[in-house]
Design a binder for this molecule. Structure first.
Ligand SMILES: N[C@@H]1[C@@H](O)[C@H](O)[C@@H](COP(=O)(O)O)O[C@@H]1O
Length: 259
C-alpha cells in the first residue's frame, strides 16, 4: 500500500484526480467505482477541469457507485440542496460536466421495489463489466467504507444496511443541516456495496482530509483488522492500494510510512 500526504485539500484533490486520469489515459474503457461525500468533491472538480481544458475523455468509462440511501432517488423537480440522493450528487458534482455515457453509469437504485434482487443484479453487473479497475473511497467518522457500518464482514456483498447514529449525525452535519432538514428527516437505511465487493476491485484509492479524520485513518491503517472499523479491511487487501491524505488527516501517522 502506498500512502501519499499532500499539504492541503486542493493538493490532495489534484493528486487524486491525476491518479484517476492516468488510469483513464492508459485504459479508456476503465471501470471506476465512485464515492460520494465532501472528501471527493475537489477531486471531481479537478477531473471536470481536466476534461474541459485537457480533453480527458470519459466516453468509454464505466462507473459503479458505492452506495445510495434507501428511499431516495434523483428528483429533478427539487433544487439540488433538497434532493440529497447520492445519484443527484454524482450528476451535479461530476457526471453532468463530463462526456460520460448515461448507459455506462451505475448507481444503486434507492427507489427499488425489491432491494434484495436489485443488490444481486448490481453484483452481477459489476462482474459483467469485467470488475472494477479502480475503486475510490472516503472514510466515515466511525471508520466505515461506503455504508459498511461496524459489524460488516470482510465477505459482505451489496445489500441493505442500517446506518448507525454517528453516521446519520455526520451526514446530517455534512449535507442535510445547511439545506434546512431536521434530524428526523434523515434516512436510516442505505444500499451499499459490501466489503467483499470492494476488496475485489483491482485497485483502491482512499482519500481523507482534515483533522477530524486523523484518528480514524490511523485506526484503519495501524489498528487491528476489525469489523468495528471497516476501512481496516485495507490491511488485508491484495490489490494495489493508494491512500492520499492531506497533512491534517495524516497527523497521527508515522512520517516514515508515507511520501
Ligand atoms: N457513504 C458515505 C461514504 O462513502 C463516505 O466516505 C463518508 C464520509 O463522507 P465525507 O467525505 O463527507 O467525510 O460518508 C458517507 O457515509
Amino acid at each position: 500500500m502506498e500512502i501519499i500526504v499532500k499539504q492541503d485539500y486542493d493538493q490532495m484533490s489534484r493528486c487524486a484526480a491525476e491518479h484517476i486520469a492516468e488510469l483513464i489515459r492508459k485504459k479508456p474503457n476503465s471501470v471506476i467505482g465512485f464515492a460520494t461525500g465532501r472528501t471527493p468533491i475537489g477531486t471531481y472538480r479537478e477531473l471536470i477541469r481536466m476534461h474541459k481544458e485537457e480533453g480527458l475523455d470519459f466516453s468509454q468509462v464505466v462507473t459503479f457507485n458505492l452506495d445510495e440511501y434507501l428511499g431516495l432517488g434523483m428528483d429533478l423537480s427539487k433544487p439540488y440542496a433538497l434532493d440529497q440522493s447520492y445519484q443527484r450528487f454524482m450528476y451535479e458534482e461530476l457526471f453532468n460536466h463530463i462526456n460520460i455515457k448515461k448507459e455506462n453509469i451505475h448507481i444503486p437504485d434507492g427507489l427499488t421495489k425489491n432491494p434484495d434482487e436489485f443488490c444481486k443484479a448490481y453484483e452481477e453487473a459489476i462482474k459483467e463489466a469485467g470488475g472494477i479497475d479502480l475503486q475510490i473511497l472516503g472514510i466515515g467518522g466511525d471508520g466505515h467504507w461506503a455504508f459498511n457500518e461496524p459489524g460488516s464482514t470482510l465477505d459482505s456483498r451489496t445489500r441493505v444496511e442500517k446506518l448507525n447514529e454517528q453516521t446519520i449525525k455526520d451526514n446530517y452535519e455534512a449535507f442535510y443541516k445547511e439545506a434546512g432538514f431536521t434530524m428526523d428527516e434523515m434516512p436510516h437505511y442505505a444500499i451499499t456495496m459490501g466489503l467483499g465487493t470492494i476488496l475485489e476491485a483491482k485497485s483502491l484509492l482512499m482519500l481523507a482530509n482534515g483533522a477530524k479524520k486523523a484518528k480514524v485513518v490511523a485506526k484503519a491503517l495501524y489498528g487491528p483488522v476489525t469489523d468495528q472499523v471497516t476501512a481496516s479491511a485495507i490491511q488485508v487487501y491484495k490489490g494495489k492500494a493508494t491512500i492520499i491524505l492531506d497533512k491534517e488527516a495524516a497527523s497521527m501517522l508515522d512520517s516514515k510510512d508515507y511520501n
